[in-house]
Design a protein around this ligand. Structure first.
Ligand SMILES: [Fe+2]
Length: 286
């Protein structure tokens, strides 16, 4: 699946735009209908490593919105309303807000207004990291203006009752310049770290780091659950690891991983066997 140095972001072609105009509410057009749905997936995540101070904290995890011709401003506002109604402690945004860097900038300048009780933070995905490179700074500024901390090769450490919880993410592994060493250093004193890179393909690189992975829980997107999947297999995977990280929970090298199907679609507004998802995860010390 590697494409040399070319930025990886599927273009929305004429067929995609045409399909986006068809009535997605018609069940006969099932793949179009499914792409317009959105499931809330609730999980309780138990960990003996979680400090007691963060027991019961709730994380809203939203990724791969893909705002643009296939998913408009009305659905972005409905998404923010749904997430904000949860009043989660943390809102983490996994990237691919638009179809390319320009639509991602438009997404943030629209001020979707994701709100968290404690902190909202976001990273970037391959679609956010298309040329020109100069848009990255503008995207980060627009995120800040909307109350979301951009974490791109960066981390923030939250403290409560003498315990610490780090939130961390990196630049996109396909189109950006991820700096795992720097990000890991920023988390080294935290009692528990939630790492939310856009693409799970970066995870095996963390297993090779001195001391192993620097996080306990990873939340990722990118794969869209295959977007079109038959019997649990992607028709065409966007991961270099095929279906290793297609969808759902995994455990590797002592860390827990959730890969979301994401909200939107890429290239064509169709889904099959991979329902759109947003997540509400309750952290549990167990
Ligand atoms: Fe995506």
């Amino acid at each position: 699946m590697a494409t040399g140095n070319k930025p990886r972001a599927a273009k929305v072609g004429r067929l995609g735009k045409l399909l986006a105009r068809l009535p997605s509410s018609c069940p006969l057009l099932y793949p179009l209908y499914l792409a317009a749905q959105l499931d809330t997936v609730e999980d309780v995540y138990p960990s003996p490593l979680l400090p007691k101070a963060f027991d019961g904290w709730r994380i809203a995890f939203v990724t791969d919105v893909h705002y643009g011709v296939l998913l408009g401003a009305d659905r972005v506002r409905a998404l923010a309303d749904r997430v904000n109604a949860w009043q989660a402690d943390l809102v983490l945004l996994g990237g691919d807000y638009g179809e390319d860097a320009q639509t991602t900038l438009e997404f943030w300048r629209m001020r979707p207004g994701f709100q968290a009780r404690v902190c909202a933070a976001g990273t970037v995905g391959n679609h956010d990291r298309t040329p020109p490179e100069t848009l990255l700074g503008q995207i980060a500024d627009a995120m800040r203006a909307d109350g979301v901390h951009p974490l791109i090769n960066d981390a923030m450490v939250l403290k409560k009752d003498g315990a610490s919880l780090a939130l961390a993410s990196v630049d996109d592994v396909f189109n950006g310049q991820p700096d795992l060493e720097k990000t890991a250093r920023l988390c080294q004193d935290a009692d528990f770290t939630v790492f939310f890179p856009h693409n799970p393909d970066i995870l095996p690189k963390t297993y090779e780091m001195p001391g192993g992975p620097f996080f306990q829980l990873a939340l990722c997107g990118h794969t869209h659950g295959g977007q079109v999947a038959l019997l649990g297999h992607s028709l065409r995977s966007s991961s270099d690891y095929g279906d290793r990280y297609r969808s759902g929970w995994y455990r590797e090298n002592g860390v827990d991983i959730l890969v979301s199907n994401g909200v939107g679609t890429s290239a064509l507004p169709v889904r099959f066997g991979a329902r759109p998802q947003v997540h509400l995860i309750t952290l549990k010390r167990a």
